[in-house]
Design a protein around this ligand. Structure first.
Ligand SMILES: [Zn+2]
Length: 482
């Protein structure tokens, strides 16, 4: 197999996987069956293929293909454990109010439970179930550490850092500064918002944050029936006609098994991209739709002639950055006024800024913690409690110390995307004004970026916009502004 053959076959593999995910999540199929697909394409992730590709990292395309094969190889090595954990979670239940409720539905229940003591109790019962999967999760990570070392990397962290070009040392230093600089503002805002839901500061835990951020009193600003028209109007402002985009299929058909959260399945880029929605309304549903619409626009505007490695692989912070640019509109007062015609939105704008500050502090802390975890720190469960507790100033229970960790430092991809998004947004505001989303010229600028797929990483894209590279300053300033 040469590089071209590997790339072609990897593209078909990705297409089959995404089609399977799309059908299962859109409610067109009852079960997700990915094991047979992995089996058919096992040659892509065989150890000798991975070793050969790791030697082909002289240019971007080689690096991106090597990353795909290596991560796929690691997934293959732990697939039985992944399946066992997923099946355990799918079957698990929690006893509540005299009935057994599915583990997967506990979180929305907590978010909608107005009585603090009941939230805390339900959360404790959920964690007791989570803890039962921890041995298997620890075993799964250990197997990935071993695989990384067998492939010749110093350790798992170094492997992710090198293959994904994450610059973890730089990012870590930046996030430590960010946590220190935003601490005071965060503490004040947290006290204010906890008081609004009647939770004493020394009693607050994660379940209270779920309830706080559910914020049903803002639902009225975001009615279900205006979701899709708001998306259409936004795109139309940028000179994009959602309904005439070739390659984009908007799936709005109601089906009982359809995922309640919007998602984008870029099955073939750019000519078969699905944007699937089941409108419920509320800020979180709007955010999810706009986020996924950002992914969809990126995919459907990607140049067809690019090699697969540049269309679909490379730096995922790029596509997350475009998705964040769109979901951030939901908290943009100009957008709320212009597009959603909401004159009175200041409370929401402030609230949602605090929500973002919470998220950034949580992810910054996760970045610190995940490096300790993967380095084999003694008693990682208590380090999880300490590091996240220090950042969030609420009680952090230890049971989720492994469940709360995504593979391959996706936490870093998100952080890079958040940083990049604000830089890109500032650029759009400077060039096209604060209502850039109503300017077709801004749309053309974005389409030029989207056309490049993920060939360039967020650092290179920031440089193309005149920055020296990624810069946390604009994001920090934005989140200090209460
Ligand atoms: Zn995303």
């Amino acid at each position: 197999m040469n590089l071209n053959q590997f790339e072609k076959r990897a593209e078909v593999f990705r297409e089959e996987m995404l089609r399977e995910y799309y059908q299962a999540m859109a409610g067109l199929k009852e079960h997700l069956e990915i094991a047979p697909i992995y089996e058919r394409y096992a040659d892509l992730f065989a150890e000798d293929t991975v070793r050969w590709l790791l030697g082909q990292r002289q240019d971007k395309r080689g690096r991106y293909l090597a990353e795909l094969a290596t991560m796929g190889y690691l997934e293959q090595r732990v697939k039985e454990l992944t399946e066992a954990i997923t099946n355990f979670i799918l079957k698990a239940t929690v006893e509540w109010d005299g009935e057994e409720i599915p583990y997967q539905t506990v979180q929305p229940r907590i978010a909608n439970e107005p009585v603090m003591e009941r939230r805390h109790e339900l959360y404790a019962r959920q964690r007791a179930v989570t803890a039962q999967s921890n041995d298997r999760r620890a075993e799964r990570f250990q197997a990935m550490y071993n695989a990384a070392q067998e492939l010749g990397f110093t350790d798992y962290t170094t492997m992710c850092d090198q293959l994904e070009d994450l610059h973890l040392a730089w990012l870590t230093e930046q996030m430590q500064t960010f946590l220190a600089r935003t601490e005071q503002v965060y503490v004040e805002q947290l006290a204010h918002y906890l008081a609004t839901i009647g939770v004493p500061e020394d009693k607050a835990d994660i379940s209270d944050s779920l309830y706080l951020f559910r914020a049903p009193h803002f639902d009225g600003l975001f009615p279900a029936e205006r979701m899709l028209p708001a998306l259409r109007a936004t795109l139309s402002g940028l000179g994009i006609d959602l309904d005439s985009q070739e390659g984009l299929d908007l799936d709005t058909e109601p089906r009982p098994l359809k995922s309640p959260r919007a998602f984008c399945a870029p099955i073939r880029v750019p000519d078969e991209v699905k944007l699937v929605i089941k409108p419920i309304g509320g800020q979180n549903d709007y955010k999810a739709l706009f986020h996924e619409a950002g992914h969809a626009q990126h995919a459907v505007n990607t140049a067809a002639e690019l090699p697969f490695a540049f269309k679909r692989l490379g730096d995922n912070s790029v596509t997350e950055g475009y998705a964040f640019l769109f979901d951030n509109l939901i908290r943009n007062r100009h957008w709320l006024r212009e597009v959603l015609k909401t004159p009175d939105c200041e409370d929401y704008v402030k609230f949602s800024r605090f929500h973002k500050l919470w998220f950034l502090r949580r992810y910054g802390a996760k970045l610190l913690y995940e490096q300790e975890l993967h380095a084999g720190v003694k008693d990682p469960a208590s380090r999880y409690t300490e590091i996240l507790g220090n950042a969030l100033k609420v009680t952090i229970a230890s049971e989720r110390y492994l469940e709360d960790v995504d593979d391959a430092y996706y936490v870093a991809q998100y952080l890079r995307a958040w940083i990049f998004e604000v830089q890109m947004r500032r650029y759009l505001e400077r060039e096209y004004g604060s209502t850039w989303f109503t300017k077709p010229a801004a749309g053309r600028f974005l389409m030029d970026l989207w056309r490049q797929g993920q060939r360039d990483n967020v650092v290179e894209l920031a440089r193309q916009m005149g920055y020296e590279g990624l810069d946390l300053e604009p994001l920090t300033e934005e989140l200090l502004n209460f």
